[in-house]
Design a protein around this ligand. Structure first.
Ligand code: SF4
Length: 344
């Protein structure tokens, strides 16, 4: 099997160049071509000797992903990409442009083992971890498809990023390397369902990427039903870890809150959420649910406005991720979900 180069660090590219009998600096050139210049073939690497390019073509490949489907039927401007991995499994990324950003929402695992009740990806179970190369492959392949760079990356696609901690951190470091893809660390968001041990580790390691926590209910009993991970680490333990992160990093984490009609959108929920916000530095991101099955539905626009009024005034940033409620293609996990069902 050919060696895949996307996902290698600078030092690994240098070591690879030496392994194949060339000079270390050729590895640095290779690294630049892969990440900074986004070359999608060895032939395009014009300052490498022809003999080296031939050798590379024989023994290595870059690692761009195969595109199985491009879904641009969304009523917003988002585009969903379905990628096929080498082992035939599928993952998705969603391109979300707005007036100032070109964001890609990427996957960190094939499927997910955390079984959040409102999530389409959860129905797949965890099939396997993605490598850093497969994570960055989503970014580079999407850039090639779009014909331009991306400004922001959010780890909010399939999978729990902190359940694939090492590969996700490695990928985020490569994405933010000034000598490579150079996407600013503050423009990369890692979103977790609440793996408390990893939040603490992340805080201790001092990473600069932004952190978001998928909260979805201020009440332990209900959160435990919606998100089984909350039975291992309850809301109190989660919030303690988030506070620890905020103090240690001097950064303001985002609490994401998927609004589910008649489930977590009452006045009591707004009051509970508000109480949390008052106890720690954080921002709130409300995400009106995009239905992926019959179990949950999205609150009406009028009720969402009411929920926001209940929250106000709020001593924290508040944003709402509006998307069309009937826009099923905007629901995370859905496209790959359909494909993987056929594979299982
Ligand atoms: S919401 Fe995220 S953590 Fe929960 S099951 Fe879905 S992908 Fe996994």
């Amino acid at each position: 099997m050919k060696k895949r180069l996307i996902g290698l660090t600078l030092q690994e590219c240098e070591a690879f160049a030496e392994e194949i009998g060339d000079r270390k600096y050729r590895g640095r050139q290779l690294y630049k071509w892969i990440y900074a210049k986004r070359a999608d073939s060895f032939a395009a690497m014009t300052d490498l000797p022809a003999a080296l390019r031939d050798t590379l073509s024989e023994i290595a490949e870059l690692g761009y992903l195969d595109v199985e489907d491009v879904d641009d039927r969304s009523t917003s401007d988002s585009v969903k990409y379905l990628f096929r991995l080498q082992d035939g499994r599928h993952i998705e990324s969603v391109y979300i442009p707005d007036s100032s950003r070109k964001t890609l929402c990427i996957s960190s695992q094939v499927g997910c083992g955390l079984n959040c009740q409102f999530c389409a990806t959860a129905q797949l179970g965890l099939q396997r971890q993605l490598t850093a190369g497969e994570i960055i492959g989503q970014v580079l392949t999407s850039m090639r498809l779009r014909g331009h760079d991306l400004t922001n990356i959010v780890f909010m696609g399939m999978g729990e990023p902190f359940a694939n901690y090492d590969e996700v951190i490695r990928a985020a470091q490569l994405l933010s390397d000034d000598n490579g893809l150079a996407i600013g660390a503050r423009r990369i968001v890692l979103s977790t369902a609440g793996l408390v041990d990893k939040i603490i580790r992340y805080a201790d390691e001092g990473h600069k990427f932004r952190l978001a926590i998928s909260l979805n209910s201020p009440f332990q009993e209900q959160r435990g039903q919606l998100m089984p991970i909350s039975r291992k680490w309850d809301v109190t333990a989660l919030l303690e870890a988030v506070k620890y992160y905020a103090v240690k990093s001097h950064k303001v984490p985002t609490l994401e809150y998927v609004l589910l009609a008649g489930v977590n959108d009452s006045r009591e929920h707004a009051a509970g959420l508000k109480k949390i916000v008052q106890s720690m530095p954080c921002k709130i991101n409300l995400i009106p649910y995009n239905p992926t099955g019959a179990l949950f539905s999205r609150p009406s626009a009028q009720h969402i406005e009411t929920f926001i009024r209940w929250l106000l005034p709020l001593r924290a940033g508040l944003s709402v991720r509006w998307s069309k409620g009937d826009d099923a293609q905007a629901a995370c996990g859905q496209l790959a979900g359909k494909k993987e069902e056929r594979l299982l």
